[in-house]
Design a binder for this molecule. Structure first.
Ligand SMILES: C[S@@+](CC[C@H](N)C(=O)[O-])C[C@H]1O[C@@H](n2cnc3c(N)ncnc32)[C@H](O)[C@@H]1O
Length: 209
């Protein structure tokens, strides 16, 4: 599944990311890139029920609840006490009232719901959430999260379903590591250089095998 954000998605994503990156605990927030892709999914797919695993300090939660195509049902999980405090500060009550916050993530496996979009931004790969997915549902993985994608595919396979993820990449950047600085004519020469992937996202649609 390929998602191509439009200008409106980029503008909204950068605005939200810019606000949240200044907040306490912002080191793990979703990238503007991921937010733009999610915004496009909300605009085109108009998912009615969304499950967000790992609300953190609320960057994605805010996008979901404030979006012009906000889903009718948003279930978000978060158990970290610091993040729960930040969520309360960062999401205005009119948006938070649209969110069912699950503070014991284990409980989601018992939900009697099928979601149209599931966002994976936590490390709870042990949960079998295949019963919460249905044919046509979208799985959105923030960042790389290889074990998460593997776990989703394995659990879906057991029930005769599959999800082929497409990497939406921001490309790579050249990283310079100065293990020792030489100053030759005032120039610093890096000792090691290598390419590092810039965090993107992976998106797939659930299908029957
Ligand atoms: C990648 S973070 C989720 C980020 C979130 N989706 C956002 O964009 O704001 C995944 C998990 O890390 C934990 N976490 C995130 N930020 C944290 C912080 N500043 N301190 C402690 N735990 C944090 C939370 O339990 C969260 O569910």
């Amino acid at each position: 599944m390929i998602v191509e954000p439009r200008q409106e998605d980029w503008i909204l994503a950068r605005k939200i990311h810019d606000t949240f990156r200044k907040k306490p605990g912002a080191q793990h927030i979703a990238s503007a890139f991921a937010l733009a892709h999610l915004s496009r999914i909300l605009n085109t797919e108009k998912p009615r029920k969304v499950l967000e695993l790992g609300a953190g300090i609320g960057t994605i939660t805010y996008l979901l609840a404030s979006h012009p195509c906000a889903p009718g049902k948003i279930v978000s999980t978060e158990e970290n006490a610091f993040c729960l405090g930040q969520l309360e500060r960062n999401i205005p009550p009119e948006y938070m009232s649209k969110v069912d916050l699950v503070t014991v993530p284990e409980e989601i496996v018992h939900l009697d719901e099928r979601f149209d979009l599931v966002i994976f931004d936590s490390s709870h790969d042990e949960f079998d959430i295949s019963n919460l997915l249905k044919e046509g549902a979208i799985c959105f993985v923030e960042g790389s999260r290889k074990p998460t994608r593997k776990s989703i595919r394995e659990k879906l396979e057991r029930i005769g379903m599959r999800c082929d993820f497409t990497n939406h990449t921001q490309g790579r950047k050249l990283v310079h590591v100065y293990t020792r600085r030489w100053n030759i004519l005032g120039l610093s020469i890096p000792k090691i250089r290598f390419f590092k992937s810039i965090k993107g996202c992976w998106i797939g649609r659930v299908e029957r095998i």
